[in-house]
Design a protein around this ligand. Structure first.
Ligand SMILES: NC(=O)c1ccc[n+]([C@@H]2O[C@H](COP(=O)([O-])OP(=O)(O)OC[C@H]3O[C@@H](n4cnc5c(N)ncnc54)[C@H](OP(=O)(O)O)[C@@H]3O)[C@@H](O)[C@H]2O)c1
Length: 344
């Protein structure tokens, strides 16, 4: 194996357009770590925040972005058991995924489900893991309840729509524009609302017969959070997942008192550290849902490694329906839906 590899490098903080390709040393797996020969890397909103220097973690420059990969096990660090070289896997890496080889903690590496291509597997663990933790542990969503998903055509949003449906909830999906609403209906949403042109409160009133929704899944924040915080039913749960709008909302706590609902924080990375056994159990549940065809990651567009900046920019431009994936070696691209193509 050559000692160097191609990687996407963030040399200065700023917009994704500042990313470049470089040749750097292939990383070595340390104790408890696994080196993965990367086929595909899923793009997530936190990648944009990391590259802009606006994420809670601030890695030293230069760094390789890319938080979620699919590939095969290439090297096992000391003490790693239960995985073997050549095994197809998917993994959360936090950083380093936009490269020919990436390092992950062994406990963040999962066998790739046979139902998923490499491109789909790279679009799976982070957003489905987040949505599952949010809906199951944090909201304790029950069959027959109503669920409002904001940013529903995005990565965490579409996972929440699919998992919410699989758990037996009725799902109202909110997104911008008719194309996204049609996509959401094709993904199983019971009803949709265009938050550019319609009010959330009216849509929720109609969807729930005036009662309000039991659970809100909010990865957007800002003005939409303000509207959603007035849409909850008695005993409701408002999940704080993220702030894709760029605005962290302020919350009048009397609303929670008057309407008898709970504001519940969701932090999937910390959950995996604090409760690894529960996180592994969630992954088993997700695999069952995958095998039963109840959930499936929709890969909207695929880019080559050299086009990683454009892949991140897509998310920023809000043009994505589902997930964007970078095919690191071209082989996954050849086997998948094609550059810029759609799997819908
Ligand atoms: N808490 C956790 O553990 C956790 C885990 C993963 C991600 N997150 C966070 O969740 C948020 C969403 O992540 P994601 O992967 O779902 O992102 P995504 O795929 O980019 O989807 C975000 C959605 O937000 C909407 N949006 C509204 N204003 C926007 C703006 N100014 N820029 C971009 N999108 C905007 C867009 O929907 P419309 O265009 O249809 O309105 C978009 O589809 C991020 O803040 C991320 O950091 C949190």
């Amino acid at each position: 194996m050559t000692a160097t590899m191609k990687a996407v490098l963030c040399r200065q903080l700023g917009p994704p357009q500042g990313l470049g390709i470089g040749e750097i040393a292939v990383p070595q797996a340390g104790p408890g770590q696994v080196r993965i020969r990367v086929d595909a890397c899923g793009i997530n909103f936190p990648d944009i925040l990391l590259v802009a220097g606006r994420y809670q973690d601030k890695p030293p420059l230069p760094f390789v972005p890319g938080g979620e990969v699919a590939g095969v096990v290439d090297q096992l660090g000391a003490g790693v058991t239960g995985l073997r070289p050549g095994q197809p896997v998917m993994a959360a890496t936090m950083l380093g995924g936009l490269a020919e080889y990436a390092i992950a903690r062994a406990r963040d590496v999962e066998e790739r489900p046979p139902a998923l291509s490499a491109l789909e597997a790279a679009a799976f663990p982070g957003v489905y893991g987040t949505a599952c933790h949010a809906l199951v542990q944090r909201a304790q969503l029950r069959a027959g309840e109503t669920l409002l998903v904001l940013g529903a055509a995005g990565g965490t949003g579409i996972a929440a729509v699919q998992i919410g449906r699989a758990l037996g909830a009725r799902v109202l999906a909110a997104a911008s524009g008719e194309a996204k609403l049609a996509f959401l209906r094709s993904q199983g949403a019971d009803a949709t609302v265009d938050c550019r042109t319609a009010g959330l409160r009216e849509a929720v009133r109609e969807f729930t017969g005036g009662r309000g929704v039991d659970v809100v899944f909010d990865p957007v924040g800002g003005e939409l959070f303000d509207q959603a915080s007035r849409c909850l039913a008695w005993n409701g749960r408002l999940l704080v997942v993220g702030f894709a709008s760029g605005t962290i909302p302020r919350f009048p706590v009397n609303l929670a008192l008057l309407k008898g609902y709970a504001l519940v924080g969701v932090y999937y990375g910390r959950f995996r550290d604090e409760e690894p056994e529960q996180a592994a159990a969630n992954m088993r549940t997700l695999r069952q849902l995958l095998d039963a065809g109840r959930i499936a990651p929709p890969v909207h567009r695929v880019f080559a490694l050299e086009e990683a900046a454009a892949a991140l920019a897509c998310l920023q431009e809000r043009s994505v329906m589902g997930k964007v994936v970078v095919s690191v070696r071209g082989e996954a691209l050849a086997a998948g839906p094609g550059r810029g193509g759609s799997k819908q």
